[in-house]
Each structure stands twice: as structure tokens, then as C-alpha cells.
Design a protein around this ligand. Structure first.
Ligand code: AMP
Length: 524
């Protein structure tokens, strides 16, 4: 067996007639069909001139054929490069210029926009639509199913996943065959996946969560997937009785909780719900437990590393934690400046090392170097701690850390206090430029309808609970927090929206409108 991830999938294949995928409309694809279809598409790729190591950029809707295209690319020894369907033509220009793919596969509606960009970089263009049809499939249909898989070594690149790039340029994380194979095997094992499992798959497949944590893990276990084009709560409720497992982002769970159809009976034969990509509120965890009897298993990973930690399958799944390092993954919390490992309960930057950690950023050797310690640990940029029982807690992203008046404020601590107040649904705390403090702690709060919550009431409630430097300078109310498709709160959007919030604050301080330091002084 070579190091090709596809060899692993093939070696774990159950019988050829076993269902690999069933779509919401009832279309079934067996493991045997998968072999034939991915073989035909691999033939089509070769006919388009794709050679081992070439990139195949893919911006198409979620369909089984798209997944077959991943497998075909692996079989051809090429590099699969999925792109978020929300990216505009201007953004595509960046990715195509940066990655220089041999082939771009896009939705037919995008073809005219993509063609000149692709041509400028000597890339061919094929189409694949939301029904799994297009020029790529036409070519595949005319091709034989037998394909001689290209052998790959463990360190060959299988996939490039671009990071979401909320700060600066989006970077292409290069993942090797070994990164993906090792993580899929560990997850299948840790979460006890078997060929009897039916995974409810409602995640996008241009992201590591839906593509690798979910789809590839299920395939490596020889399981079946109920493959939804999009997460639709009605569809999920309809299909849950036929599933055994579901992987979701936190917003999937909050949306299911809003559905009257979510009951204990509906989930009776489910064995596992997992959550990740963004923090799951402890409140959501508890509500889901009360409603269904299931403790959602929260885990933590990222594009560059796949999965790093997981709450235990058998042991206690603690809300607000992301569990233990997975087998084979070394995790430490370190001082951000020096890289010195910190003691339990101390907060620092999370660093990981293991077979899951990526090979580096595409054509960014300097950036890659700066994100690794000399001993090979990858600096994740997440801030957290390990508690006395060994559970990992994530406190926030290093870039979200607020420094106000020279003090470090961890947004999650403030959010936790605000979320615990009656009438609060959720909150996000960000630092906005402040002329006196550098950054002003700012809370953006979603309140329950009719709760009548006011800024003054929130501030008064926090007075007893948080040191003054941690308390928000302002509390703003919104109906929804801005989120991306993976359910992550877009703090960069909030910072941008409120960047002028304190613009007049310094002046106001001198006119006595802002009571802080001046009043205190005059009282003395
Ligand atoms: P991505 O590369 O898009 O998968 O984003 C990875 C980032 O999502 C991580 O670095 C974390 O900041 C965040 N993340 C993933 N899982 C969790 C989790 N369970 N709790 C908190 N943050 C998470």
C-alpha cells in the first residue's frame, strides 16, 4: 500500500454494494459506484492534462460528484484545492494566481467569469453543477472506470486548503497524505465509527470539517452518509431517525433546538453528536442534553492541523472544554513570546505537534517558519489552558486578545459573565480603538425578545463579577451576531463596524462627561 489516502479508503472498503452516500432526494451511491465513478473522473483529469502534483481548483456546490472529484484527484496523484462557494470572481483571481492550478472546476454559471482568469494562468476549465452534471462528468462518462492509482509517499501533498484569511491574505495550508490518513484513522477509532454507522452530513465540503473530519472519516470506517446539500433543520429532523451520528457546528445545534420536532424519541438510536469549528455555548450543551438525552461531544481542530483534541467518547464530556489531545497529538500551552511551556491552569498559546500537523503554507516559507517553534510545534494562535484534569480549554484567538490600558483582557471570560445574565442569548466581546486605553472593551449582546435588558443593567451586573479593567466600556445590543458559514462569530466585522465608537472619548474625558479617572481625582 502506498501512502496515498485513497489506498487507505480502498483498503477499508466494505462490500461493493454497501451504500456510501444517500442524498436527500434518495439517490444512492454504493462503494462499488464510488470506485467506478472516481476512476472515470481520474481518467478525465488525466485527459485534461493533470499530472501528479498538479493542483485541481474546485469551486462547486456540494454534490456526491464533488466528493468523487476529491477521490479522483487523489487517485491521479494530484492536489485537490476546494474553494468556498461564496468567493467572488475577484477573490478567485487571487487563488488561481497563487495556486496556479492545471484545472479549474466551477459551476456553469461561473464559467464565463472564470475562463479569462484561468486562461491567464494556462489552466483548463471544466464545469460541475448543483445536480452533479457538467463538462467534467460528460468527459468522465466517456472514460473507462479502471484507473491505475498513482502511488504517493506519506509526505506528498494531497490537498491545499486556504485559510479563511480574516487577517490579511488567505494562506494555502498544504496537507499531506499522511496528515489526512492519520487523522481519519484516529477519529474513526476514537469516536468508534463502524460500517454500521450512518452519518448525517449537513456541512459544506470546501472546509476541513465537512470534507475530512466528517466525510473522509466516515469513508475510512466504511460507513454510510446521508448527504445534505445544505443544513436544513426540517431535513435534519426528517432524516435523524435513520442516522446514528451527526457532526455539526454550534449554530446547527442552536437551530435544531429551535425546532419543535427535536425530541428524545427522534434521537433515540443516535449514538453520537459532535460539535466544532467554533465554541459551543455551555448553555447549548445543557439544553441539548435536557431535550434529547445526548451530551454533544465537542472537539477542536483547524485547517492546518485537522483535529487536535476531543472530549472523551466514554468519559465525561465537559461543556466549555474541548477535551484531551487525540492519540498521537502532542499539545502544550506556552508563553507566546518565549515558547516556554506553562503549568496547568496557566493561560497561554496552544501549540501542537504530530502526524496531523500540515507541511506548511503554499509558497510562503517565511510565514511557515514563523509559525513553528524550533522543536517542531505549530503555534496555533489559539489561547487556552489545560486544567487539572487534563481537559483543554480555549479562551480565544491570540489576535482577539484585548489590551486595554496595558491589561490583558480575554474576551471569553467577559462573554461568559455576560452570557450568564438573565435575558442574554449570547455575546461577543471585542476591543475597539480607544484614545485613552488603546483598546476599549466592547460587548455586543443578543438579548432575548422582551427581556428589556439595558446597557446600564448589564454594566451594573458585571460590577461585582469582573475587575474594572475587564468591564466593557460600552454594551451594544444587536439581533444577531455576524457569523461565517462555519458558525464562527466574525469579530473582525464587529471591530470594523465599531472602530469609531470611542473616537470622541478622549475629548469627552476632559470635558468631564466620562467619569473615569478625572472624577476620582477631584474627589480626593
Ligand atoms: P478553521 O481553520 O476554519 O477550521 O478554524 C480553526 C479555528 O476555529 C481554531 O483555530 C479555533 O480558533 C476555532 N475552533 C475550532 N474548534 C473550536 C472549538 N471547539 N471551540 C473553540 N474554537 C474552536
Amino acid at each position: 500500500m502506498s501512502g496515498n489516502l485513497f489506498d487507505l479508503i480502498r483498503s477499508r472498503m466494505p462490500s461493493a454494494d454497501k451504500t456510501l452516500i444517500e442524498t436527500a432526494s434518495g439517490e444512492r451511491i454504493s462503494y462499488g459506484d464510488m470506485l467506478a465513478r472516481s476512476g472515470q473522473i481520474a481518467q478525465a483529469l488525466v485527459r485534461r492534462g493533470v499530472r501528479p502534483g498538479d493542483r485541481v481548483a474546485v469551486q462547486v456546490e456540494k454534490t456526491p460528484e464533488n466528493l468523487m472529484l476529491l477521490l479522483a484527484t487523489l487517485r491521479a496523484g494530484a492536489v485537490y484545492l476546494p474553494l468556498n462557494t461564496a468567493y467572488t470572481i475577484v477573490e478567485l483571481d487571487y487563488f488561481i494566481s497563487d495556486a496556479e492550478p492545471k484545472l479549474v472546476v466551477c459551476d456553469p454559471a461561473r464559467r464565463d467569469g472564470v475562463l479569462p482568469i484561468a486562461q491567464a494562468h494556462s489552466a483548463a476549465v471544466d464545469t460541475l453543477d448543483a445536480h452533479g452534471q457538467g463538462s467534467l462528468i460528460d468527459l468522465a462518462r466517456q472514460s473507462p472506470a479502471a484507473f491505475d492509482d498513482v502511488a504517493r509517499t506519506d509526505s506528498d501533498i494531497a490537498v491545499i486548503l486556504y485559510t479563511s484569511g480574516t487577517t490579511g491574505r488567505s494562506k494555502g495550508a498544504m496537507l499531506t497524505h499522511r496528515n489526512l490518513s492519520s487523522n481519519a484513522q484516529v477519529l474513526a477509532d476514537y469516536w468508534r465509527f463502524t460500517p454500521q454507522d450512518v452519518l448525517l452530513h449537513g456541512l459544506p465540503i470546501y472546509h476541513t470539517h465537512g470534507l475530512f473530519t466528517a466525510a473522509v472519516t466516515s469513508m475510512v470506517a466504511g460507513g454510510t452518509m446521508l448527504f445534505l446539500a445544505k443544513f436544513d433543520p426540517d431535513e435534519v429532523i426528517r432524516l435523524l431517525p435513520r442516522a446514528t451520528t451527526m457532526m455539526g457546528v454550534p449554530t446547527h445545534y442552536t437551530r435544531l433546538l429551535q425546532h419543535p420536532g427535536l425530541t428524545r424519541e427522534l434521537c433515540a438510536h443516535m449514538r453520537l453528536f459532535t460539535s466544532g469549528s467554533a465554541p459551543l455555548l455551555a448553555e447549548t450543551h445543557r439544553e441539548f442534553w435536557a431535550r434529547t438525552g445526548h451530551a454533544i461531544l465537542e472537539r477542536y481542530g483547524m485547517t492546518e492541523t485537522g483535529m487536535n483534541t476531543s472530549n472523551p467518547y466514554d468519559g465525561e464530556r465537559i461543556p466549555g472544554t474541548v477535551g484531551f489531545p487525540l492519540p498521537g497529538v502532542e499539545l502544550r500551552v506556552a508563553d507566546a513570546e518565549t515558547g516556554r511551556a506553562l503549568a496547568q491552569e496557566e493561560i497561554g498559546v496552544i501549540e501542537v505537534r504530530g502526524p496531523n500537523v500540515f507541511a506548511g503554507y503554499w509558497r510562503m516559507p517565511e510565514k511557515t517558519k514563523s509559525e513553528f517553534r524550533p522543536d517542531g510545534f505549530f503555534i496555533t494562535g489559539d489561547v487556552g489552558k489545560i486544567d487539572a484534569r487534563g481537559y483543554v480549554h480555549i479562551v480565544g484567538r491570540a489576535k482577539d486578545l484585548i489590551i486595554s490600558g496595558g491589561f490583558n483582557v480575554y474576551p471569553k471570560e467577559v462573554e461568559g459573565e455576560i452570557d450568564a445574565l438573565p435575558g442574554v442569548v449570547e455575546s461577543a466581546v471585542v476591543g475597539c480603538p480607544h484614545p485613552d486605553f488603546g483598546e476599549g472593551v466592547t460587548a455586543v449582546v443578543v438579548a432575548e425578545a422582551g427581556a428589556g435588558l439595558t446597557e446600564a443593567a448589564v454594566l451594573a451586573a458585571l460590577e461585582e463579577r469582573l475587575a474594572k479593567f475587564k468591564r466593557p466600556k460600552r454594551v451594544l445590543f444587536v439581533t444577531d451576531l455576524p457569523r461565517n458559514t462555519m458558525g464562527k462569530v466574525q469579530k473582525n466585522v464587529l471591530r470594523e463596524q465599531h472602530k469609531d465608537l470611542y473616537a470622541g472619548a478622549a475629548q469627552a474625558a476632559h470635558t468631564g462627561l466620562w467619569p473615569d479617572k478625572k472624577k476620582k481625582k477631584s474627589r480626593r
